[in-house]
Design a protein. Structure first.
Length: 185
């Protein structure tokens, strides 16, 4: 139903965004080709994703825990393989990657606390209560990071929901990490 745009078919406002994606990734991910349909949404996604990746105090591994928690909970058939690919490229721990893909416990207590906090935010639409927030803080995170997680979730709302609507096909680079939610196996 959705078009996989390129610089010839995309709205004019999306053309520079597609070129930026090409430069940044060495390809234009299918998600970006779909987002090109709506320039404001594409730009919002790029901006929020970039802010989370470059301007937060969470480590790259912690950022991926937030992303993958949302990907799993939102059953994103596109983003789980995509972020698995990113995590492998970043040489992140295989046991953490596997736990995030399978919905099992992460073998690192602090990362598990980040995962739990992120999942609670999603499950409760942000209304987690002071006790759950305090558990996150007691695990070694701070109030700034409690809010930074929301930036990661904002980018995931756009990408996960876009992929659900568009049934976005995983890119060739991600296909070896194809994923089906455990509840659907």
């Amino acid at each position: 139903m959705f078009t996989y745009h390129d610089t010839q078919t995309a709205p004019e406002e999306s053309q520079p965004l597609l070129e930026q994606s090409q430069q940044g990734f060495g390809m234009v991910p299918n998600l970006h080709k779909v987002l090109a349909e709506a320039p404001a949404t594409y730009e919002a996604y790029n901006t929020v994703f970039g802010l989370f990746m470059k301007n937060t105090t969470l480590s790259p591994l912690e950022q991926q825990v937030v992303f993958m928690t949302a990907n799993y909970e939102n059953n994103c058939h596109y983003c789980v393989p995509g972020h698995t690919w990113m995590m492998h490229a970043g040489k992140m721990p295989e046991d953490v990657i596997e736990a995030l893909r399978e919905g099992t416990e992460i073998p690192d207590a602090k990362l598990q606390a980040l995962h739990d906090y992120t999942k609670q935010l999603l499950d409760n639409r942000g209304h987690i209560g002071d006790d759950r927030l305090q558990e996150f803080l007691d695990a070694g995170y701070n109030k700034r990071q409690a809010l930074e997680v929301l930036t990661g979730l904002a980018s995931k709302l756009i990408s996960n929901f876009t992929n659900a609507l568009a049934h976005t096909k995983p890119d060739q680079a991600f296909q070896k990490y194809a994923w089906t939610h455990p509840s659907e196996r």
